[in-house]
Design a protein around this ligand. Structure first.
Ligand code: NDP
Length: 316
């Protein structure tokens, strides 16, 4: 496993990180979830991403239990705040940030997280209030650094322009071979501002592993077949056009001695502004497959062949 600096922070994070949306504390049974985390550490993954809202606290509670016997300085822990935790509890007001960080720390059984992320931009709270409150979380020692997820370039710039507040070190966008939107504005702005990308759904929720075939029902043990986890995996992502395009990547991956998952992750890691690709995993073998993408580089010819094979299936 190789490691990269996270933005302007002093954190070094593994190129492959382990996430916990839909999976841990929710859709993946406990023993298997635990095995995934164990395998991740064995393979050198040191970066764990979660959020208060995943399973409404269940993912954080699971991680609190399984991380409890590991030295706190042996992993980099990131969580998030914004989405509703109850009918009243939502958003990025000062009161919510204060309340939600304490609840997250309690569930995670730690006295600080390394990275506290605004899970989205809160249109209903003045940006000054949000940034002040996030900065206080850092000043109180409850988080080492702050980040955001899916903010626009204008929102990021507005935060960077505020005086006297902590500076963001990370951006967590959706980014993959099939979803290139961050390339236009967010990545250039972040690259110039000491902010790294930590990418979510780098395998397009499993679509880029090639296990979903055009014209065929999804495998029974996959996210797309899961009642608990499949709700966000639908539409264009599972269209025959997209699935056929992914199958056309197979010979390219094979030519490089890579699995399709590894090709998709190595493609993300070709971007120097990316610090880490945050994978999900329902089985330890998936963690193994994905972790092996770290350190693999793709030539310009391969990058061109990938775009030719996708033939417009990627969305910008
Ligand atoms: P991925 O694109 O990595 O998809 C993960 C899923 O794909 C797995 O749960 C598994 O599902 C399948 N899979 C993974 N690796 C393999 C493999 N090698 N072979 C076959 N199948 C595989 O990422 P996620 O969509 O899960 O997102 C990753 C993380 O990003 C989340 O856990 C979360 O931490 C973060 N995230 C953040 C968001 C935000 O708003 N900031 C939004 C979404 C995610 P299965 O086996 O069930 O088919």
């Amino acid at each position: 496993m190789e490691y990269r600096q996270l933005g302007s922070s002093d954190l070094r994070v593994s190129e492959i990180a382990l996430g916990s949306w839909l999976t841990y504390g929710v859709g993946v049974e406990r023993d298997r979830a635990e095995a995934c985390v164990r395998r991740a550490f064995e393979l050198g993954i040191n970066f764990i991403d979660t959020a208060n809202v995943y399973g409404r606290g269940a993912a954080e509670s699971f991680l609190g239990e399984v991380l409890a016997d590991r030295p706190r300085d042996s992993y980099v822990l990131a969580t998030k705040v914004y989405f509703p935790m109850s009918d009243q509890d939502r958003g990025l007001s000062r009161a919510q940030i204060q309340k939600q960080i304490d609840a997250s720390l309690e569930r995670l059984r730690v006295d600080h997280v390394d990275l506290y992320q605004a899970h989205r931009y809160d249109e209903n709270t003045p940006l000054e209030e949000t940034m002040d409150a996030l900065s206080d979380v850092v000043r109180q020692g409850k988080a080492r650094y702050i980040g955001f997820s899916e903010w626009t370039a204008a929102q990021i710039q507005a935060a960077l322009d505020l005086p006297g507040v902590e500076r963001f070190v990370s951006s967590q966008p959706q980014y993959s071979l099939l979803w290139r939107k961050p390339e236009a504005e967010v990545i250039p702005l972040c690259a110039a501002s000491g902010i790294s990308q930590i990418v979510f759904s780098p395998l397009a929720q499993g679509v880029l592993t090639g296990k979903y075939r055009p014209g065929q029902a999804p495998p029974a043990d996959s996210r797309a077949s899961s009642e608990e986890m499949g709700g966000f995996l639908r539409g264009e992502l599972l269209s025959d056009r997209t699935l056929s395009a992914v199958q056309r990547l197979r010979p390219i991956a094979e030519g490089e001695g890579l699995t399709l998952s590894q090709l998709a992750l190595a493609w993300i890691l070709r971007e120097p502004n990316v610090a880490s690709a945050i994978i999900g995993a329902s089985r330890p073998e998936q963690v193994e497959d994905n972790a092996a993408a770290s350190g693999r580089t793709l030539s310009d010819d391969v990058l061109r062949a990938i775009d030719d094979a996708l033939d417009g299936a990627a969305r910008a």
